[in-house]
Design a protein around this ligand. Structure first.
Ligand code: ZN
Length: 83
């Protein structure tokens, strides 16, 4: 599930962003990493990069770096708790 961006997560965010070349883990399209890249708040709300748990926490997935990937806020929401 999506989680709000936390400053403590910034190192993990950078590592994942680099590993994924800024592409969504779910749809493979480019993500936005900061608000000022978005022409409109609604586009930012859908296309910003969010942390996604590869195995959802509700299915026993760990809250650790190897279970995290970056995905669009929109894709993350659609994925929900599915594996
Ligand atoms: Zn996506």
């Amino acid at each position: 599930m999506a989680r709000p961006f936390l400053a403590a997560r910034s190192a993990e965010f950078e590592a994942l962003w680099t590993a994924q070349s800024g592409l969504c883990a779910l749809c493979g399209k480019p993500m936005l990493r900061n608000r000022f890249e978005a022409p409109h708040a609604r586009i930012w709300a859908k296309q910003r990069a969010t942390f996604d748990h590869v195995i959802p926490r509700s299915k026993g997935g760990a809250d650790t770096a190897d279970n995290l990937q970056l995905a669009h806020a929109r894709c993350n929401k659609i994925k929900g708790n599915k594996l």
